[in-house]
Write a protein that binds this ligand. Structure first.
Ligand code: UDP
Ligand code: MG
Length: 128
């Protein structure tokens, strides 16, 4: 697969642009900035690529959180994503918005240009 070499040049580094990705993560987790685990959480969240998605459906915030499981995998039920795949709280494999309002903010942050408007042909077979 094709690759490219990207380098932030000395002026970019001196002017502090390297920190922009950190700032992005800081914004995502702004509500947790006073927590003792905040710095470790930022290091973790910018340590590699992530897969960002928007899920859509009735009560999807609540049902999404249920499928994801409790924050601490020790407390996540078997059958949940964290319960089945995670062990440590600081490596709990997946994020999900905790409320409709935070979902709105987070989707705006990660998808500033918006997402496609798509509707499944199965919609009437799923929803009454
Ligand atoms: N986290 C951590 N240590 C803690 C609490 C949280 O490392 O003691 C991390 C963990 O990755 C968690 C994230 O911070 O998923 C955000 O915390 P939050 O309380 O919002 O949990 P979530 O909404 O992800 O279940
Ligand atoms: Mg949260």
């Amino acid at each position: 697969m094709e690759q490219t070499f990207i380098m932030i040049k000395p002026d970019g580094v001196q002017r502090g642009h390297v920190g922009e990705i950190i700032a992005f993560a800081e914004k995502h987790y702004a509500d947790l900035s006073s927590k003792p685990f905040f710095n470790g959480l930022l290091d973790y969240i910018v340590s590699g690529p992530v897969v960002a998605m928007v899920w859509e459906g009735k009560n999807v915030v609540t049902t999404g959180r249920k499928s994801i499981g409790a924050t601490n995998p020790t407390d996540s039920a078997p059958g949940t994503i964290r319960g089945d795949f995670a062990i440590d709280i600081g490596r709990n494999v997946i994020h999900g918005s905790d409320a409709v309002e935070s979902a709105r903010k987070e989707i705006g942050l990660w998808f500033p240009e918006g997402v496609a408007n798509w509707s499944s042909i199965l919609h009437p077979w799923i929803y009454e």
